[in-house]
Each structure stands twice: as C-alpha cells, then as structure tokens.
Design a protein around this ligand. Structure first.
Ligand code: ZN
Length: 479
C-alpha cells in the first residue's frame, strides 16, 4: 500500500443478536484490521453460550482482543476496560492495522471513544478525581442539620432557581451539594454547569477519528430473531453452562469470602436469574417432573422477555447518549462519523450491510470524502433524523410528576400515598412505556369504572382526570 497509514478507529454498535461480530470479522478481513471486544460479559473466560461469544472457527483467523481473558472470579471494571482497550488500539496501530471495536456494552464503547472532560469541579478538585472531600462536605452538612428537605430546597430556589428545578426537594444530597457550591464559591451551581458544558463543546473530546456503524434491525423482526436465538442456545447446551455458573457461585473456594463481589459480571448474564428455579428443581426430588417442566417453560419465556428488553435499552442508549455525543463532534477537528446499516432482512446482508460498510470504511480509512449518512437508506434517514445535535444538557432537565402513578391515600391500592417523579424528559418518556405505568393506567380505568357504578360523583371526576392527561402525554410521545 502506498497510502499513508492513518490512525483511526472503527466502532460497530447495535443491539444483541444483530450480527455485530460477523460484520467486525468481515471488515477486519478486508481492511487488514483486528477486533477488540467491547462486551462486558464476553471479557470473561468460558461460558461461550450464555455470553454469545464468537467461536474460534467463526473468527477465521482474525485476531480478537479482550475476549474471554478475565477470570470469572474477578470483577472487571469499565476503567480497566478503557485502559486495556486503549493499550490494544496503540498496539494495533503500531502494526499499521485498523482497530475495530465491537460490542453491545455501550458505556465500554463510549469510554474508549471519548476523553473525559478535564473541567474542574467548582469546589476546586479536578472532576476526574473521584475522591470527595468528606470533611468539608460534612462541615457544610452540619450547618444544615436542623433543616427539613423542603426548607433546604426553598433556600436553593431563592439562590439558584435553575438548579432547584433540577432536583426533587427530597433529593437532599443534590440540594445540599448545590447550596454548598454557592456557599464555597459565591457563584450559582447552574452557572458552573453551564460554563463547563460550554467549554466541553469547544474541547476536543474524541480520542481518534472514528467511524461508527450502527447495525440496526427493525424491532419486530429482531424480536423474532432473538427468540430463535434463545431456543438455539438451549439446544447448544446453555443449561449445562448455567448449572456450572451456579456451582461456581456457590463454591466457597472460589468465593474467597467475597460473596457479593464474586462474578458480578457473569451474574448479569441473561438466563442466570431466569432459570434459577428450574435449575435448582433438578436436584430437588420433592419437585415433580411436570412441575419441573413448567418451571423450564416459564424460564424460557422470561429469558426471551429479558433479552428483548435488553435490546430496547441498548437502542435507547445509542439514540439518547452515544449518537448525540458523536454528532456533537461535527464542528471539531476530530470527528465521529456515524452510519446506519440495515440488517432487518438478512437475505440482503451482503448488499445492505457487508458491501456498504466496506465501501464507507475504505473511504474513511483512506481519508477521502464520505457520503451523507442520511442518504444511504430510508432507515438511516429516519433513525438519524431523530438524533439530537448534542447530548442533553443537565440544565435542560425537567422533573416530571407522573399523575397516573402518583397516588393519593384515597386512590392507592395499599393505602399509602406515593409520588412518582422522573428526572428528565427521556426518563419520563421511558416511564410512560413502562409496565408499572401501564398497570397503573389500567388500575385507574378500573377505579373510574367502579366509581361510575355507584361511586360518588366527586370520586369519579377525581379519578378520570389523570388518565386524560396521560393520553395527551402518549400522543406527544409517538409523534
Ligand atoms: Zn406513570
């Protein structure tokens, strides 16, 4: 190759089960690349089925890094991952090859792509330095000991109404913190926040020129594919692995006295919790064969539900955090370019995913002009047009009180008054789609119907109001 080698990074993101590992291998073969795993479970040794690790034969000789190398008894943190992945990237660049970062753990990807801001904390210590100043904190806190949460919040609202709007009055720690900033610096906490966000916009935050491929599949199609994958995992021997994991977790020799810390990562593998009852029933002679079979079927359903839910969470993160962060680099020297690849119809894999990715990646690596990401497909246009220009500002956050889920003593099924607060629009939107919220919508409806049949007028008007308000909220959400 005569062209000058460019130090850059390719990242492949997307939900579980969408084909990221396959694409990474295909690109690595064509581009002279090496794969770096960014999946928090796949860093662990063994348990290939429950963690969906690529097999040796699937890697077809492409070097894979940070895959299956951590002892399951050890906890592996995102800080360790960041360090290890950056080391690997440097080594791969040293071999004049392209690092391809791939995995479903989005905060792993983010930790490698973006440099943390070095803006200083208002009270003096650098933000990256996690060490708090407990003595000072306690000193300030002591001066407020007699005050109620509401009193403290009212005090903050007088000094810094913008910041007060961000915190629930019961969030005493946050309210105190904002008061402390004013007390220590004489400036409002909201001013500090606005200033650091402004500085961050100008600062180079991306470590390397980065090309991001978001491998996407339509949710309904993906759901079916994920269901099938669970069935496949069972056929390939998943129960054996789960059984082994449960034994390892109970092995006092492996525990070395740190029960809760052991296997923190692998414990989160989908399937572990879902099949707990079934697996322990196997050695329990009191449980009948038919009951055991029932537990197994329940476990399979739960695992499928959890997998789908996980995929939804991954998409939310990509939409609301990762891609806005990428877009915010648009005006900077070092940019992140994000492209969507449509993996909905697998019979089009070669044209829609493999060849398209390869064409874009070759231009990127060679430093030539890239196509407009929104013109590559209808799906790309739709998904990318919804991405915000910058990540949400902390100051733009609004607290929402859900009028459906908040219950007065009179309405509440358990006779306890509750207030359900959501921090920020994203959390509120997610809440409106949650099981808890939907259950409460149904509960409210039943309550309203019950009161129509013989309830007092006063009661029925009181109940129907929140439901109406919710409908408006949902309409806004679906647009
Ligand atoms: Zn609600």
């Amino acid at each position: 190759m005569s062209s000058v080698f460019r130090k850059c990074l390719i990242a492949i993101i997307g939900t579980t089960g969408v084909g990221k590992s396959q694409l990474a291998i295909e690109l690595a073969r064509k581009l002279n690349g090496e794969v770096i795993n960014a999946d928090a479970l796949q860093v662990y040794k063994g348990y290939g089925i429950i963690t969906n690790k690529v097999t040796d034969s699937e890697t077809t000789g492409v070097p894979h890094h940070l895959l299956g190398f951590v002892d399951p008894a050890k906890e592996y943190t995102v800080q360790e991952f960041e360090h290890d992945a950056l080391t690997k990237i440097e080594e791969i660049h040293g071999r004049n090859r392209i690092p391809i970062l791939v995995g479903g753990t989005n905060y792993y990807i983010q930790s490698v792509m973006f440099q943390k801001s070095l803006i200083r904390d208002p009270t003096g210590s650098p933000k990256n330095n996690q060490q708090q100043t407990p003595d000072n904190d306690r000193c300030f806190e002591k001066t407020k000991v007699g005050k109620s949460n509401q009193e403290l919040w009212d005090e903050l609202r007088q000094i810094d109404p913008i910041m007060a709007e961000n915190w629930h009055p019961n969030n005493r720690r946050k309210v105190l913190r904002s008061l402390e900033v004013f007390h220590a610096t004489g400036r409002r906490h909201s001013e500090w926040v606005a200033e650091s966000e402004e500085a961050r916009k100008k600062e180079e935050t991306l470590r390397l020129p980065t090309l991001v491929f978001w491998l996407y599949a339509d949710t309904n199609v993906l759901d079916q594919r994920l269901d099938t994958r669970v069935d496949d995992m069972i056929k390939r021997g998943m129960f054996g692995e789960l059984d082994q994991l449960a034994k390892d977790l109970n092995d006092p020799a492996a525990l070395s006295g740190q029960k809760d810390d052991f296997c923190v990562g692998l414990k989160q593998a989908i399937g572990f919790r879902e099949f707990k009852a079934y697996l322990s029933s196997i050695s329990d002679s009191e449980i009948s064969a038919s009951e055991r079979e029932r537990l197994k079927i329940v476990g399979i359903e739960e695992m499928k539900t959890s997998t789908r839910r996980y995929a939804r969470r991954q998409i939310t993160w990509i939409r609301n955090k990762l891609l806005p962060e990428c877009r915010s680099t648009a005006a900077k020297m070092t940019k992140a370019h994000s492209f969507v690849l449509d993996a909905t119809d697998l019979s089009n894999w070669e044209s829609e995913v493999q060849n398209r990715a390869l064409g874009i990646a070759q231009s990127f690596v060679g430093g030539s002009e890239l196509p407009n990401p929104r013109t590559t497909s209808d799906v790309a246009n739709k998904l990318l047009s919804e991405i915000k220009e910058t990540p949400n500002s902390i100051l733009a956050w609004k607290r929402h009180l859900c009028s459906v889920c908040s219950m007065s003593i009179k309405d509440s099924p358990n006779g306890e008054a509750t207030e359900v607060w959501l921090n920020g629009d994203d959390e509120y939107r997610q809440h409106l789609q949650s099981k808890q919220h939907k259950n409460n919508v149904r509960y409210r409806k039943r309550l309203a119907q019950a009161s129509e049949h013989g309830g007092t007028n006063e009661l029925s008007s009181d109940i129907s109001r929140p439901a109406k308000r919710l409908n408006n909220g949902l309409k806004d959400d679906s647009s």
